[in-house]
Design a protein. Structure first.
Length: 69
């Protein structure tokens, strides 16, 4: 699904999309610019035949902390 900037803002205003922290200047014509933290998670999707959000799959992702700046 592609959303226009107007639709993106409407989804955020209605609470169906949440971005924290949100800055309106991040909204582009059909996308949102994001900022990455020092920590992020990488999917290890080869460990399961499918991703099931109703089941806890604790080793589905692994935490990554890059070295240096």
């Amino acid at each position: 699904m592609l959303l226009s900037d107007k639709d993106i803002r409407a989804e955020i205003d209605n609470g169906r999309v949440r971005i924290d922290p949100f800055d309106d200047s991040m909204v582009q014509p059909s996308s949102i610019d994001v900022r990455l933290d020092r920590y992020f998670r990488v999917f290890e999707n080869h460990r399961y035949p499918h991703i099931d959000p109703s089941v806890e799959q604790v080793d589905l992702t692994r935490l990554v902390e890059p070295d240096g700046d």
